[in-house]
Write a protein that binds this ligand. Sequence first.
Ligand code: DNO
Length: 350
Amino acid sequence: MQMTFRWFGENDPVPLEYIKQIPGMKGIVTAVYDVPVGEVWAVEKIKELKETVGKSGLELSVIESVPVHEDIKLGLPSRDTYIENYKQTIRNIAACDIRTVCYNFMPVFDWTRSSLDHRLPDGSTCLTYDEVVINRMNPLSGELSLPGWDTSYEKSEMEALFKQYEGVTEDELWGNLKYFLEAIIPVAEEEDVKMAIHPDDPPWGIFGLPRIMTNRESLNRLINLYDSPYNGLCFCTGSLGPLIENDLASLIREFGSQNRINFIHARNIKMTGERSFEESAHLSECGSVDMYDVINAVSEVGYKGPIRPDHGRMIWGEEGKPGYGLYDRALGAMYLSGIWEAVEKTRHSR
Ligand code: DNO
């Protein structure tokens, strides 16, 4: 596996030079942030980004994300134009020799949390998902936004979007995903760009909107929508983890052995209720995810692709983008690399 780190571009308070100082760090996960969703990313923009990253001695390994326009998820007639644009963006990314693209198919909202700065007993802060608080939130108030979302909406736009999603069933969403994949995966194959769909975070419907990428059955349905290693998963332990039925290590064995894991997000979560959790430190004993089991399975299936530590807590007085500070994610990277070294050496010395 190749250790990578998410970086939000020039406005990210974490400089590339610091990321490079994390031992074993090889690659950067980032995106072009100033092109409206649905428009083509120009080759020059991607090239410039790649050069900026390259100057720090790191490689631009993954684009996370090329956002999917809502009209594609809704299956509107205008989707064909946005799909053509998406294909061109894939071609342009390939022209810059970047080989992995992460995306998601979550209606309206990407990852959703009830608190971005929940204080833990040790004084650090973390992101939490509390079902009771979420159920009380009004997504139409015009006040909800998260720093990690690729898009944000005005109140009126949000109301219009919710209206459009009224009556869109999960099966229709699946149909729209299939339509999208049938159009883009042949291009991804031609251009040698591995697509990695991020599971829904959290892995259940929110605010009455349908969500479909949640468990073993849905991951399986996804890979069967288009039979190609280019139609793969971003295996996110923190997104799949909250559903008790999701045995992470066995899912990695199942989908990794079929060559369908194209990217990995390693995040730990500590369940605090049936549908509530805190995002804990990466160490297994801090949360509900057994990170040793996860990395052991990753090594067992011979995974060679990128992995990144996902959300970290804010520690040591750091201020920055919630979930995306330097310190706790750097600790996470070292911990993951440590498990990796141990399981690989054990495996290969047998
Ligand atoms: C959250 C991230 C997600 C992810 C997208 C991928 O921190 O894991 O925002 O980037 O869902 O499209």
